[in-house]
Design a protein around this ligand. Structure first.
Ligand SMILES: CC(C)(COP(=O)(O)OP(=O)(O)OC[C@H]1O[C@@H](n2cnc3c(N)ncnc32)[C@H](O)[C@@H]1OP(=O)(O)O)[C@@H](O)C(=O)NCCC(=O)NCCS
Length: 103
């Protein structure tokens, strides 16, 4: 399986990252993180928008992700909708979220 990693870089330092896995027409985003000192500056949004563009260009019609509950509001703002019950992943509560991509 091919993984695509996006990175936000500032002054030669990686300050944000995520990973895209493509499963047929569904892309799965994971490993989303922005460095603590660079949060709430729009970097996470830009990374997610770039991921949607990248996934769409590779044939994806939707994106799914497992959101930590603490980041639920971030994804919700970007148009992701929760589905299913809250589940535990490594001791952290998560919920699956999905967004259809504009074709
Ligand atoms: C969640 C995270 C990736 C957000 O990145 P960020 O660069 O701070 O987000 P942005 O500045 O692009 O925020 C975009 C919008 O989401 C909001 N937002 C950001 N983090 C949020 C959160 N945890 N909960 C609710 N809303 C949030 C912002 O206020 C902003 O709102 P606006 O559109 O009204 O301006 C970042 O806080 C992070 O790395 N957290 C720790 C790791 C983590 O939780 N990763 C996700 C695992 S599923």
């Amino acid at each position: 399986m091919v993984a695509t990693h996006l990175a936000a870089v500032s002054d030669g330092h990686v300050i944000g990252t995520l990973r895209i896995l493509l499963h047929g027409r569904t892309a799965k985003i994971g490993r989303m993180a922005v460095s603590a000192s660079s949060r709430t500056e729009g970097i996470g949004r830009e990374l997610m928008e770039s991921a949607a563009t990248t996934a769409s260009s590779r044939g994806a019609e939707e994106i799914i992700l497992g959101a930590q509950l603490t980041a639920y509001g971030f994804y919700k703002r970007l148009g992701y909708m929760e589905e299913g019950a809250v589940f535990d992943d490594g001791g952290t509560p998560h919920v699956m979220m999905r967004k259809k991509l504009q074709l």
